[in-house]
Design a protein around this ligand. Structure first.
Ligand SMILES: NC(=O)c1ccc[n+]([C@@H]2O[C@H](COP(=O)([O-])OP(=O)(O)OC[C@H]3O[C@@H](n4cnc5c(N)ncnc54)[C@H](OP(=O)(O)O)[C@@H]3O)[C@@H](O)[C@H]2O)c1
Length: 318
């Protein structure tokens, strides 16, 4: 019983300090001038999650919150909590049915002065059901999010008419509705080239399943010539599979060596390996834990050990 309370207290302490260390509230005192506040904000954006410069010229945070399966108030609260903890990248999709809730969580943080719109990087996706009405789908996403513009919009997956969808995304950029564009679930250089061949704007991001058991380093290597970033979905294998990754003995050994959790080791590995990563969670303690990965580094040997876990095995097949 005493142990349970000790564990709960420690968890709460970690959560509170984790968020405070990354939030603006903890750094800006009442006397701080506007300029100083601005500098603090910019610093938080860069230091709390690091960022990568996309081939579109925009900076994208390396770590974000995934929101698949999160709905309504649960989703809104998770997004708001994440922003308080220092997250600046939020991943959503028309298909998730939660763009309005994501927008609410972000706008709540903006209204409270925690962040400005331009510090947030929002990603959404055009779903297959909208592939014959992509221009209107972009407007639907804009209307649901209520954030003025979308930082990154992706084709959710290959499908009939996806090349036309890409053209609509390019129109979205030209019309100032979207800043960067990309594709999702295109796993081979050939898949990528089919879109790149018809593109006037090279995809900035390819968002794919990626975790210790499916690393797809050959695609990541291929994309370097276009300066296109590979973004990892399912860092923990997705709901229902997380134990398969988080209980891996190699990952647990590395976690022990750093006094970190398996989840933090996976995310740290993905960032050091050059990916952008978007773990999903509605649990405030996990949300705080997942961003506390910028205070340590994996050694070259540990990176090698993580690379050795690759089995070329995906959990999904879309
Ligand atoms: N483009 C695509 O086709 C595509 C497909 C799938 C996903 N995605 C995106 O990628 C994101 C990530 O994928 P995902 O959310 O499905 O799977 P995931 O991030 O691999 O795993 C989410 C699971 O991990 C648990 N979790 C999170 N942090 C944890 C921690 N520190 N310790 C232990 N468990 C933890 C979550 O539970 P709790 O909620 O309890 O924390 C949840 O059960 C999605 O949310 C979505 O935005 C994109």
């Amino acid at each position: 019983m005493r142990f349970t309370w000790l564990a709960i207290s420690l968890l709460l302490l970690c959560f509170c300090t984790g968020c405070a260390a990354n939030s603006h509230e903890g750094t800006a005192s009442a006397e701080t001038g506007e300029q100083e506040k601005k500098e603090t904000r910019v610093q938080t954006y860069i230091e709390s999650t690091e960022s990568v410069k996309l081939n579109s010229g925009y900076a994208m945070p390396r770590l974000g919150l995934g929101t698949w399966t999160l709905r309504d108030k649960t989703c809104e609260d998770a997004v708001y909590t994440a922003i308080k903890c220092g997250y600046r990248l939020i991943d959503t999709a028309r298909y998730y049915g939660n763009e309005a809730a994501v927008g609410k969580g972000i706008n709540k943080a903006i209204d409270e002065g925690l962040v400005r719109r331009e510090e947030i990087f929002i990603t959404s996706k055009i779903m297959p059901g909208d592939y014959t009405r992509a221009d209107r789908a972009i407007d639907d996403s804009l209307a649901a999010l209520k954030l003025g513009y979308i930082d990154l919009m992706l084709i959710h997956q290959p499908g009939a008419n996806d090349e036309e969808v890409y053209k609509a995304l390019e129109r979205g950029v030209r019309d100032g509705k979207i800043r960067s564009i990309g594709i999702s679930n295109y796993y081979t250089p050939q898949d990528f080239e089919r879109i790149q061949r018809i593109a006037e704007i090279t995809p900035a991001v390819v968002q794919n399943e990626n975790h210790p058991y499916y690393q797809n380093t050959s695609l990541q290597e291929y994309l370097k010539k276009y300066n296109t970033v590979l973004e990892a979905w399912y860092p923990f294998g997705g709901r229902g599979n997380t134990e398969k990754i988080l209980q891996n003995e190699t990952i647990k050994r590395i976690a022990k060596a750093h006094g970190k959790t398996s989840a933090q080791i996976v995310l740290r590995w993905q960032i050091q390996a050059g990916y952008v990563v978007i773990p999903g969670s509605s649990n405030p303690a996990h949300i705080a834990e997942n961003i506390s990965i910028f205070d340590f580094e994996l050694t070259a040997d540990e990176m090698q050990d993580m690379a050795g876990l690759d089995r070329q095995a995906r959990f999904e097949n879309w």
